[in-house]
Write a protein that binds this ligand. Structure first.
Ligand SMILES: C[S@@+](CC[C@H](N)C(=O)[O-])C[C@H]1O[C@@H](n2cnc3c(N)ncnc32)[C@H](O)[C@@H]1O
Length: 521
């Protein structure tokens, strides 16, 4: 079946995966495979409604790692006073496509905020009633009702209540019923994509689209999904031949096998059968620095305490188990504790330091084994706002992330997560160089890291990589250009500076390789 210009939908070769999306021509890394003006469903989570544009997801709250967002002026819809926009154009587009169907429902000041799945279902029901062919395609997905009935009956019950609410709020549209509402609700919620804004680098809401959501998951994906306010693209990250299946990642593929499996089961209700998971716990993601038997006696004692604590508090540590011997159970307990403290997507300063000590002082973890990369990410973010001392720590951990972690975890320099990291590190290095004393700057240079050259190289790399990821005309691309132009005022000397970058890069890399992360804690 022809699905769009460059892809087609047919049965996946992955066991139990149903249909998948296949390339109908060859693609090179960076090529755009799918480009959509906006997913069929794109809803902000409630906590972001007040500070983000509901059409383009521009986000007002500036976090420490944010790129400049100008003076974004978010104004509320005069009808409901809940949905907000950064411009009249965004408001008009959103009204025509979407908001005209739920503005009245949201306008009741007494009503508590509606979950985004309910908001989406109200609008889908109304569009379905009007004969919208795109919405019909949502019904082609498997609602996973049987799976939920067997394994997650409470989720199924909740979905029935949500669907009933959505159907009533939609005004019980003729030609629809509660069962149909539940199918729409579940099909969207079991297949959502995380929607984000590169400028604030966080998940702002959830999306669903019949084309994008037909792409299966692999823990070794060949494409990346770029959400670009509100344009969405699927781009190749490795060469793809005609006839090959296209995969994205629904969840982080750098986790150990059992953690990946559990996360996908929990959020999407399936057992991943991708080519990487077929190899089980045998790959680099599951390799510790040393065999479990080599854990020091001091850390064995600590692990024994954790085993007792996990048992007495009833914490489910099954996804962190690496084996049944006592030595394996001890390392599993350390792993469970490190993941618990990492919170997977961000943790406080105290928690991330404690978890890093477990992993690195026990000497069982390599720097690229999770949750160390998550923890270093949190450590980096948490220290940016902590004055010159915090900035210096962030700069050092950033050097380790840049030279050691990122090339191992995301081999393409234009990978969207990597390019955001590169530009954020450049910003940290700029802030540090402005706040540090002259002697600190000289000292760092003497150790091998000339911060001026480092900043120049990072910005040049980000600027060169943007066309293969977000695009130069995107909000992100424009923000990168702004910083790049500030640093590169005398454009004529570019070649000379790049020659210095080329010569100095291996020296900075060698310095990064000497950094002991534990010294930064
Ligand atoms: C977003 S949909 C993808 C389209 C789906 N294959 C279909 O035919 O409708 C996600 C569902 O596809 C299946 N799936 C995706 N990736 C998979 C994988 N790696 N292994 C097994 N099933 C997978 C699961 O049933 C999952 O819930």
């Amino acid at each position: 079946m022809s699905y769009s210009g460059h892809v087609e939908l047919k049965s996946s070769k992955i066991t139990d995966a149903g249909n998948g999306v296949f390339a109908s021509k060859d693609f090179a890394p960076g090529d755009i495979i799918i480009s959509l003006p906006r997913p069929l469903v794109a809803e902000l989570e409630n906590q972001h409604l007040a500070s983000s544009c509901s059409w383009c997801f521009s986000h007002k709250v500036a976090g420490p790692t944010d790129l400049p967002t100008d003076s974004l002026d978010i104004k509320a819809c005069t009808g409901c006073r809940k949905i907000k926009y950064c411009s009249r154009q965004c408001q008009t587009k959103h009204w025509k496509l979407d908001h005209k169907y739920d503005c009245k429902v949201l306008s009741d000041p007494q009503r508590p905020p509606l979950p985004y799945g309910v908001r989406a279902t109200i609008k889908l029901l109304k569009r379905l009633q009007l004969g919208d062919a795109e919405v019909r395609k949502v019904l082609d997905f498997q609602p996973k009702i049987e799976h939920l009935r067997k394994y997650e009956p409470s989720i199924l019950e909740d979905s029935a209540l949500m669907a009933m609410g959505a159907w009533k709020f939609a005004g019980e549209p003729r030609g629809t019923n509660v069962d149909l509402a539940q199918t729409l609700f579940l099909n969207v919620m079991c297949n959502t994509l995380d929607l984000s804004n590169a400028l604030s680098n966080m998940t702002l809401g959830a999306g669903f689209d019949p084309i994008l959501c037909s792409i299966n998951h692999s823990c070794q994906p060949n494409t990346m999904l770029i959400f670009n306010n509100p344009h969405t693209m699927v781009r190749a990250i490795r060469p793809i031949s005609r006839g090959e299946e296209i995969f994205i990642q629904y969840r982080d593929p750098s986790n150990p096998f059992t953690v990946r499996q559990a996360e996908l089961e929990e959020k999407y209700f399936f057992k991943c059968n991708c080519s990487k998971c077929e190899k089980g716990s045998t790959l680099q993601e599951d390799t510790f620095k040393k065999p479990s038997e080599n854990l020091s006696s001091e850390w064995c004692r600590c692990a024994d305490e954790l085993i007792a604590r996990h048992a007495s508090t009833g914490v489910d540590v099954s996804r962190y188990q690496i084996g049944s011997s006592l030595a394996d159970r001890r390392v599993s307990a350390l792993q469970a504790e490190a993941f618990r403290l990492s919170g997977t997507h961000g943790s406080g300063i105290m928690e991330s330091e404690k978890a890093l000590r477990i992993c690195l002082e026990s000497d069982m973890w390599t720097l690229t084994r999770q949750p160390v990369p998550y923890l270093l990410g949190s450590f980096f973010d948490n220290h940016i706002g902590q004055g010159p001392d915090g900035l210096e720590k962030a700069l050092h951990v950033g050097l380790v992330k840049y030279f050691i972690l990122n090339p191992a975890l995301a081999p393409q320099p234009f990978d969207n997560s990597r390019i955001i990291d590169t530009i954020t590190l450049a910003k940290v290095a700029i802030s540090w160089s402005r706040s540090a004393s002259e002697s600190s700057i000289v000292q760092l240079r003497q150790k091998g890291c000339d911060v001026g050259i480092f900043i120049y190289g990072l910005l040049n790399e980000a600027w060169a990589a943007v066309p293969l990821s977000f695009g130069r005309n995107s909000q992100f691309g424009q923000a990168v250009e702004m910083i790049w132009k500030q640093i590169n005022e005398d454009g004529q000397l570019h070649d000379v500076k790049m020659e210095m970058v080329k010569r100095t890069w291996p020296v900075i890399k060698a310095y990064a390789e000497t950094i002991n992360v534990l010294d930064c804690l």
